[in-house]
Design a protein around this ligand. Sequence first.
Ligand code: ZN
Length: 329
Amino acid sequence: MKRKYMTENDCYQSGRKINPKGIMIHSTAVPGVMAAAWFSRWNKSYLKGEINRQVCVHAFVDDQEVWQYLPWDHRGWHAGGTANDTHIGIEICEPGGFSYGKGVTMVGYDAAKQEAYFRRAWKNTINLCVFLCEKYGWTEENIICHSEGAKRKIASNHADVMHWFPKHKESMDTFRKEVNKALSRALEREGKQKVGLFQEGDIVEIIDSAKLYYPGGPLIPEWVKKEYHKVLQVTSNGKTVTKGGAECVLLGKKVNIQNRKESDGIMTWVDTKCLRVIELSSQPTKDVRPPEEKQYFRVQVGAFTHREHAQSMVDKLKRAGFEGIIQVH
Ligand SMILES: [Zn+2]
């Protein structure tokens, strides 16, 4: 998973936090624009007139990549309803090679030709959902799509993703079923966290039950399991590395989590199923402090025995340009 926050987007700037309760799946309805390309499209300000929509989601997924563009607990602008207060928004990029007719009709969409793309994007989205379910302790029941949100009146009236999934004989129900399967497989594995979505700089450890670095690979010495390791590379020449049929990442330096000191490490490709994340790689440094974290010092300007006297003081304050409230004790 790659991460780069859309710090110029008004949604990011507004800095509102949520306590996420689930995931809302969308699809872009823009044929052929892939996950990485959305950054330059949306890392802009509506207030400054740079973009004509007020929109931002947590992540985009395509057949190759996952890009996280907002912190997971940031309030996104994807649902057009109260689901923004509760749901993490994920956009699946739609492939190129077709167009949109009136409304939500896909024109010239060749499902057979698009099947390979669809399967990979579908799988990547499932993996991301599994990652989030594990992170927040959710099940597949915490996942809905935009059109389901519309039915529940917590999102605007959009058709995604159910205008698209059925073309590949899938639905949100089959999607949830797949998440359930992947999630129980992941939970079965010792150490509960399966994160197939590493990024460079993540700090990980190797789970106790792991014996080999990858299927058919060298034996893992015991001391290696006692150390924390830094993920050095997640791809090679832009491609995922598989060894013995397993997806691997390259572990480089050993890291002392207390003093952050790094020392020579194992420099070995390791099956991601053997790893548990200890710490995600550091967040972007630019810090926009959410408005609600600002400190205020309130000043009392008077205490009155009659409400009308209190009200006239508030009116006076307002005329002078200050906010005023009446509190009853
Ligand atoms: Zn949508």
